[in-house]
Design a protein around this ligand. Structure first.
Ligand code: ATP
Length: 303
């Protein structure tokens, strides 16, 4: 009886861990449980990149999308991210920015239009090959209930401790980790040490640096940061996106100044596009938000 009990109990633990990991993955990308699985077409092939070291060329071509049939979220969105460059997306809350990243990761299929990577329609290729290419730093990182080391290594299973520490150093989280009583073996997540939003995001950055993906999606946290933390996060974003195809969903415009292209979204459409200088000259929506945020930053300095 005892012999039978132990393996069953063990299986129960494994089952719970797997279930928890799936929940964590779902949470990681802000996906609700009612999300319908997308499926590979029959005989789907793996996506191939023209130049993996530079990253792929990404195109959204007249994309329409809604989560629920009666409410359109993206209404004819078209843009191109040239290989190895950064495109930033800004706009009011709810305008559809994070939806772009979920669609690029193919968590949902679009209603019409096309999303291509190096000319290959992502709906026609293996999801696994698509997701292998992409590293995503989500807005609210949910950590696995495991050690902080595991949470970073997850980006590259089998990575050496040196590689993990190098990524953690670049993400400015190594010193914090070694100050913890159990260092890299410290348990985190719901059942362990609770980390701040900024610390969790740095773990996600370290994980992504370790994965070294061809395409990076960075969904900046909405939470207010002091200007010191903001500058630190900025330098981490720069390290993550340099010479790589990147999509940065930004809430603070200071994050996007150096992006090769900035898209301004409003109500599911791109209403302005260009570089920071071009958009300031345009004196439209972007310039309005920029001046507002500059004023807020000055007020913060005074107080
Ligand atoms: P924020 O700046 O607040 O992160 P956002 O511009 O990234 O906002 P999205 O997350 O893309 O906005 O959401 C766009 C719209 O889609 C919102 O109105 C949101 O309520 C809706 N939405 C997002 N996820 C779902 C979902 N899983 N099911 C139904 N509606 C959703």
């Amino acid at each position: 009886m005892i012999q039978l009990y132990i393996p069953l109990n063990f299986l129960g633990v494994i089952y719970r861990e797997i279930k928890q990991a799936l929940i964590d993955m779902g949470n990681m990308f802000g996906i609700l449980s009612k999300n319908k699985e997308v499926e590979d077409i029959q005989d789907a092939k793996a996506l191939q990149l023209h130049n993996p070291a530079l990253g792929p060329n990404v195109v959204f071509n007249d994309v329409y999308f809604s989560y629920e049939s009666n409410r359109a979220i993206l209404k004819g969105v078209s843009f191109e991210i040239k290989a190895g460059t950064t495109t930033a997306v800004v706009g009011h809350s709810g305008s559809g920015k994070s939806t772009l990243s979920r669609l690029l990761f193919r968590f949902y299929d679009i209603q019409s239009g096309k999303i291509t990577i190096d000319g290959q329609d992502i709906s026609q290729y293996q999801q696994s090959s698509l997701r292998k290419l992409i590293g995503i730093v989500p807005q609210d990182t949910v950590l696995f209930n495991d050690t902080i080391g595991y949470n970073i290594t997850y980006g590259k299973p089998g990575a050496s401790q040196e590689e993990v520490e190098m990524a953690a150093r670049t993400a400015h989280i190594h010193d914090f980790i070694i100050s913890l009583p159990d260092g890299y073996k410290t348990a985190v997540g719901e059942r362990g040490l609770k980390l701040s939003g900024g610390e969790k995001q740095r773990v996600a950055i370290a994980r992504t640096l370790l994965k070294n993906p061809a395409l990076v999606i960075f969904d900046e946290a909405t939470s207010a940061l002091d200007s010191k933390t903001e500058n630190a996060i900025q330098s981490e974003i720069d390290k993550l996106t340099v010479n790589r195809t990147s999509l940065v969903i930004a809430h603070r415009l200071s994050t996007v100044i150096h992006a090769e292209q900035i898209l301004v979204m409003d109500d599911g459409k791109i209403v302005e596009r260009g570089t920071h200088e071009e958009l300031i000259q345009l004196q439209g929506k972007y310039a309005e938000i920029w001046h507002l945020q500059q004023k807020e930053a000055k007020d913060e300095e005074v107080n």
